[in-house]
Design a protein around this ligand. Sequence first.
Ligand SMILES: [Ca+2]
Ligand SMILES: [Ca+2]
Length: 372
Amino acid sequence: MRRFLFVIIMALLANAMQGQVMYPGDTNNDGVANYLDLLPIGIAFGIEGEPRPGASEGWFAQPFFPWDYNLPTTPWVNGGYINANGDAIIDTLDLDAIIANYDLLQDTAMPIPWLHNLPCFTCPQPEFLITYDKDSVKVNEPFQAFISVRYPGPVPVEQGALGVAMELSYDPELVVEEAVEITPNTDEAALMFVTATSIDAFGYRLPAPGRMQISAAGRGQNAFFKDSTLVATVSFIVIDDIQRDTVFRSFKLNVESLLFLNVFEELLNPILLNPDSVVLYQPLDPVSEAPVLEMLEAFPNPAGKWLRVRADRVTDLPYLRLWNVRGVMVREIEPATSREWTIPLEGIPNGAYWLETYLNGMPWIDKILVQN
Ligand SMILES: [Ca+2]
Ligand SMILES: [Ca+2]
């Protein structure tokens, strides 16, 4: 802590002196150009100051005249760091250097960790939500994740969030890494974006496979205050062979880090809503030409001591299998020719499961909750 204070004091002293240096794209001067560097641009949007003599977007130490402007709650970040392109104003043109220098490191501009300890106690909590377009998806097929920010009802603009910066992770062995694509929601005209995946063509050192970084921020104004704002859509393709010990795998985006700031650079405390996952599966031993079944239903759901499965006519099902979220089969029955079957659930812990069978030669999957 003492060392941290010392570093802050040194940086404030350095701010007061002429001739300090900056690296274009490291707008918060924390030593790396990345998704976090969008937020200072959003907070300081439209601020004007001294141009940087001989400015370049190249990644080398560039002297600048300190601006009169510092970030509100991290005052060791001077406007001269944020002005990445070196002109006389902070605006969207300052974004380019973040992308061009993504994940490059520097330690000669006296970088300081960019930490926020000043929360807004009176601001409503934004909800951060990840959902998917499908419950289950086959090998080689695409699916999408939707990342949104919500408020239970619209809040006044000044009570909202300026922007959000996040790092997400997933199992890189389940999807085609080269095909992972982040599409920012540019329909939200107020927002600016920085996105990065491990194969983003613009970067040098990029997030590792299975990682992505996304930030979205308003331009000098809180951009999140509506009941729901889509931030980005992420597209995935399931790899062609997910089979290890099982034909089922669970896919989920995990939230590794999440930073919400408002226009006063105060910290907002988000509510994380990330309950969903997607079943990735690989059809094995398909059944040829079963009698045409229109419908299969499993009930009750949530299920207690037993689960019943009903078809719309008498039929042969090859099997009924129950898989847990780790892809382990926990029950299998060989159903007799009938139109209704019962699966006993004794000994199966509470939680989410997938019921799997074949219907008309196609896999049929249903998500089941067991609650005893
Ligand atoms: Ca930075
Ligand atoms: Ca600028």
